[in-house]
Design a protein around this ligand. Structure first.
Ligand code: PMT
Length: 399
């Protein structure tokens, strides 16, 4: 129930605007107060009267329309909103939001609001994949704007592909997750590992891998939002530590191992999304290595400790251990081997060769593997993957 919650829904000029009617209807059934702002273009697709009838309130379109109350409408709605939602969100409104353009009622309200913002993009595949749209999306995500969808499928323009607006039920679920966040990790101490490690060759060179830390940081953020006391052991990455999360920076696999040994015992759940190097350079040089006059340079690599295995050997009763398996072949078979070898309760099998999965990207495609079976998840944001992992870890904890 969303009693007392105020949703401001922006409807822009995409054909999916008709689906926004169902969003309003569902929100009203959950007792939310809903104000709808339409762009001029949206009114060409759906009559404001439809939204007025569903929301029981006048629809705002024109910033300068005379209303009975003397408040400045875009400011008052911006302030009243507990969440602002844009569904459908066209490429145009995303561009305006990304660059601070405020030239109509919806864009001015979006610029003025301090409330969380959720967008449900909907557009033709070419527009969605255009570098400009993807860069705008990245700007918005970096600013904390949340997204739901788009999904893939048949589009109104006759094409098939990415760009289909999420179903109203999923949009409403995403709104509920913002307005009434789950606090089911409250009272639990969780530890997450993230990012790559760095193995020194000499003072100016090192061995590392492509991990950006996005998966681990999404896990840390999702756990913090759900009320956990979160410790994040993080390799060197270029993304901000989520608010409220205790970050412990590490560099090499040995330093990650030491930090893990210091923190693991007191944790209720440990999720290891980091990509630690399996090998380190034996005797890194103190000074910069010089060219070998045409001779091959031979580096000897020695095996690093398997941190997940070491944690598995120290596992205490009731503790839940989750690992990742980054694989390029035989994904499930390799993940299953790691599950038992490292004494894990759950392993997240990650085919890092799949498009939209693995290193660097904002989405992931994973299969959750336990001793009892597997659950394949579709492509979703790393934050949503993180939520599914915490859901599963809690289910395993409850037994
Ligand atoms: O950081 P991103 O760019 O978002 O990318 C995410 C990711 C691809 C790094 C992540 O989703 C992922 O798959 N992480 C696991 C990477 C990895 O090291 O996989 P692995 O199969 O080699 O290792 C299996 C498990 O053992 C992992 O939980 C790993 O943290 C752990 N391990 C590995 C080596 C080692 N020496 N000690 C370990 O504990």
């Amino acid at each position: 129930m969303l009693t007392g919650k105020h949703v401001v829904l922006g409807v822009t000029g995409g054909i999916a605007a008709y689906k926004a009617c169902e969003v309003v209807s569902r929100l009203r059934k959950l007792h939310a107060e809903v104000d709808v702002i339409m762009t001029e273009n949206a009114t060409k697709l759906v009559q404001p009267l439809t939204f007025e009838t569903l929301s029981y309130r006048p629809v705002c379109v024109d910033t300068f329309s005379r209303t009975e109350s003397w408040d400045v409408k875009h400011i008052s709605l911006a302030q009243k909103a507990d969440v602002m939602v844009v569904a459908p969100a066209t490429a145009n409104i995303m561009a305006k939001m990304a660059h601070g353009i405020a030239d109509d009622m919806l864009s001015t309200t979006l610029l003025a609001t301090k409330a969380p913002v959720l967008i449900a993009p909907a557009m033709n595949t070419g527009m969605w994949t255009a570098p400009a749209t993807q860069q705008n999306l990245q700007i918005l995500r970096d600013r904390g704007v949340k997204t739901v969808g788009p999904g893939s499928g048949f589009l109104a323009c006759g094409d098939s592909g990415d760009g289909r607006m999420s179903e109203p039920v999923d949009i409403v679920e995403a709104i509920c997750a913002i307005l009434c966040p789950k606090r089911d990790l409250e009272g639990l101490k969780v530890l997450v590992t993230a990012g790559p490690t760095v193995e020194r060759i000499d003072p100016v060179r090192y061995l590392t891998n492509d991990s950006s830390g996005k998966m681990g940081y999404a896990l840390a953020q999702a756990a913090q939002e759900r009320g956990a006391d979160v410790t994040l052991l993080t390799g060197p990455v270029h993304i901000p530590v989520p608010q409220g999360v205790k970050a412990v920076p590490v560099t090499s696999t040995m330093s990650l191992y030491n930090a893990m040994m210091e923190h693991c015992e007191q944790q209720d759940i440990i999720v290891q999304a980091a990509a630690p190097a399996d090998y380190r350079v034996d005797n890194p040089a103190d000074q910069k290595i010089k060219k070998q006059d045409g001779e091959a340079l031979v580096l000897t690599l020695v095996e690093n400790p398997d941190i997940a295995k070491a944690v598995g050997e120290r596992k205490r009763p009731g503790q839940i251990l989750v690992g990742f398996a980054a694989e390029t072949q035989n994904v499930l078979a390799n993940a299953q081997k790691k599950l038992s070898k490292k004494n894990l309760d759950l392993i997240v099998a990650n085919d890092v060769t799949a498009e939209g999965a693995g290193f660097g990207v904002d989405t992931n495609i994973v299969t959750l593997v336990t001793a009892d079976g597997t659950t394949a998840l579709p492509k979703m944001s790393k934050h949503d993957v993180a939520d599914r992992i915490w859901d599963k870890a809690l289910e395993l904890r409850r037994g």
